[in-house]
Design a protein around this ligand. Sequence first.
Ligand code: NAI
Ligand code: MG
Length: 357
Amino acid sequence: MSEKQIVVIPGDGIGEEITAAAVCILKKAAGKSGIQLHVERHLAGGAAIDAYGLPLPDSTIQAAKRADAILLGAVGGPKWDGVAPEIRAEKAILGLRKELGLYANLRPIRVAKALIEFSPLKPEAISGVDILLVRELNGGIYYGAKNEAAVVNGVEQASDLEIYSTPEVERIVKLACQAAQLRRKQVVSVDKANVLASSRLWRKTAQETAAQYRDVTLSHLYVDNCAMQLILAPKQFDVIVTNNLFGDILSDEAAVLTGSIGMLPSASLGDGTGLYEPIHGSAPDIAGKGLANPVGTILSAAMLLRYSLGAEEAAAAIEKAVDQVLVQGYRTADLYKPGSTKVSTEEITSLIEKQLG
Ligand code: NAI
Ligand code: MG
């Protein structure tokens, strides 16, 4: 048995319920793969503001850095909306991304067979879609020099600088190629190289970096065409890699194809500890009622096993168990329709746990 240290940050709202569900599944799947997990709970977000007066205590940062992986629920809620801007709950997530150097955000775009009716696309267009979107998270226009609005030559103007260096592009493309090696080995790099100098460097660097992965095929798309292709023919994509701004927009576009916010996981990776969380927020409107869909967090736990613990089999087992429970017709309230069986957060979790065997 190998031993691994996991830091769990439940956060606020439904965070407590969904991380409890995911930890239960994570332990079960890891145990079956010969991994013993040690789970430590730490505070961040509103819960940390209440306890320490700040959203990301140093004890949480230090524990996160030492751990093999971090599982996060979600942070924030109306209770803390009035706090000073410098201690807002979201600062916890931005702070963790920065402290841990998490430069890659991975969002798998898959639709469970049983939930195809929730997609805005036609069943034949969405069925079988399995995309991994890899977004650069530490560079580009979000971090380049900004000039806030000021009057120049009698008119107000403002600017943001899109800037990428070769090492920044190399590391994200490497990560995309390595992820593709575990999948169908096709990477599409998305840029705007016809117009932007930063995109021309991106494209050239992507080409050179991907050449080191002989089993991976790289192609390029302009971002406007990629946005269109995601709607027209999403099945053509395996791994998509792109910069911070394009990735922000395309990942929301791609996520909505699958139809439900409660279902979708994400991973944020760097050179050290990886962080895993569902894409939704703390859903204060349903917190503490057993209504939360824990599947996005459970699938985030599967990504944790895949990318931080190298336990591909355990990860795939969780994904399969989730699919099976949905096929059997069990649904949390967000996905309930007459004809299916409505279950609580805890009930769907124990169904998934049983399915794991
Ligand atoms: P939200 O994602 O929390 O909720 C939007 C809607 O989706 C709500 O009706 C909610 O009930 C529903 N929903 C979300 N997750 C669900 C789940 N697992 N199961 C069933 N229904 C679910 O977004 P909202 O309402 O804009 O934000 C609420 C709080 O969460 C805010 O304080 C916001 O700042 C914070 N937030 C935190 C994020 C994070 O920690 N990464 C991300 C987004 C928002
Ligand atoms: Mg966004």
